[in-house]
Design a protein around this ligand. Structure first.
Ligand code: HEM
Length: 377
């Protein structure tokens, strides 16, 4: 009697498992077919600016000021994003000597040229938290003494070319309108529901939710062991490109970082201090660009879409070296806090493009001015 029951139950569970697998595979196939159809080229090579974008930008600035004030707890006013720095370090960016003449544009015009620079490494969150918390990790580079007219009029930044990245290849929203609604929902505490704005399944952004979850990833062992991406597109002369900075340890003396204690709140700063200041070993990276191929789905206006490396591989244009140095002083940490990195601190040859970059223009400038004024003694 019991034996028959168990056999029946086993067969039932087996069938249920097959059914669940079939539904899963069917869903995956439908999703793949849908995105294959939706994400197919050709795409525009020019920016397409939706109506109403400027008005949305203004209200996003007001929201961002609300965030920096909310996180101010008898401290200085910090950045609205990437508030916690692991350090600001001196660096050198050298254009490779055999750079393809097609890519010799802007600061990469002169093969062999070395630019002096600052880099700031950070966690993405709006307020400082333990490094072991899942988060994006940022890298901002500022080349110094760069001649030529810039896209911003600000005299303090007249000689700077910035590159601003974090360590995930795609962004969790497609455009300014989605940024506005997602940010508002997240600020109201709706972390997951921000991606499900209504009952209408056509408004659900499951793909973007997955990107957001993946962006919040465990910390690397050290900030010099992860790849930082521009995510949004830029001009490089006549080309449309994305750029990234990828570790190139083989270009530096061999170094094995001692295992870090991940329970310490600032172990990423400790890792940099150990390598650069105690063991005196430099860190090496390659700065690379990926050209848009508009025959394929490599859109300008949607940074939630990663451009395929199989279609357009990254090409190294420069090396980035962070020499051994003492960076963790009070003076340098305050100076680091007072720096402002902005993708629009740029030569016209490196113009940021696409909606998310247009949004960043107004927001970075407004937040930087706001926090620097509020921090004046
Ligand atoms: C492609 C997408 C983006 C990337 C790669 C990125 C990356 C970064 C990084 C690395 C920093 C820190 C810079 C530093 O070290 O000082 C930063 C700062 C900041 N980001 Fe973004 N971000 C992106 C999009 C956005 C968007 C859409 C907004 C909001 C509209 C935003 C708002 C800010 C603000 C307000 C700051 C602080 C600026 C300051 O006070 O100096 N970011 N971002």
């Amino acid at each position: 009697m019991f034996k028959r029951f168990w056999l029946w139950l086993g067969r039932l569970l087996g069938k249920l498992l097959v059914l669940v697998l079939a539904i899963g595979l069917g869903g995956w196939a439908i999703g793949a077919a849908y995105y294959g159809w939706k994400f197919s080229g050709p795409v525009a090579t020019e920016e397409q600016i939706p109506a109403g974008e400027a008005a949305l930008t203004q209200s996003i600035i007001e929201d961002a000021i609300g965030v920096v004030e909310q996180h101010r707890d008898n401290t200085r006013v910090l950045r609205d994003a990437h508030a916690k720095a692991h350090g600001c370090m001196k660096a050198e960016v050298s254009v490779i000597t055999d750079l393809d003449s097609d890519l010799q544009r802007g600061v990469f015009s002169e093969p062999g040229k070395t630019w002096q620079a600052w880099i700031r490494l950070s966690n993405g969150n709006a307020y400082p938290q333990f490094d072991r918390a899942r988060d994006a990790r940022g890298m901002a580079i500022k080349l110094l003494d760069v001649p030529g007219d810039k896209l911003t009029q600000s005299p303090q930044h007249a000689e700077e070319q910035d590159f601003v990245m974090f360590n995930h290849p795609s962004f969790f929203v497609r455009d300014v309108a989605e940024y506005k609604s997602n940010f508002a929902a997240q600020a109201a505490g709706q972390k997951v529901m921000a991606f499900f704005p209504s009952w209408d399944p056509r408004s659900w952004e499951i793909r973007h939710m997955i990107i957001a979850l993946k962006t919040l990833s465990p910390a690397p062992e050290t900030p010099v062991a992860t790849t930082y991406n521009s995510i949004a597109p830029f001009k490089l002369g006549e080309h449309n490109i994305k750029y990234r900075v990828i570790p190139q340890p083989e270009a530096c003396p061999h170094y094995q970082l001692p295992e870090q204690n991940h329970d310490l709140p600032n172990f990423l700063r400790n890792a940099l201090y150990q390598q650069l200041s105690l063991d005196r070993i430099p860190a090496c990276f390659a700065l690379q660009v990926q050209r848009q191929n508009p025959d394929y789905y490599m859109p300008i206006e949607d940074p939630s879409v990663e451009w395929s490396e199989a279609i357009s591989p990254f090409e190294t244009v420069a090396t980035l070296t962070v020499p051994a140095q003492d960076f963790d002083s009070r003076e340098q940490n305050v100076a680091c806090d007072n720096m402002s990195f902005n993708p629009w601190h740029a030569l016209p040859e490196h113009r940021p493009i696409g909606g998310i970059n247009r949004l960043r223009k107004a927001v970075y400038e407004a937040i930087s001015i706001y926090r620097l004024e509020r921090n004046q003694p």
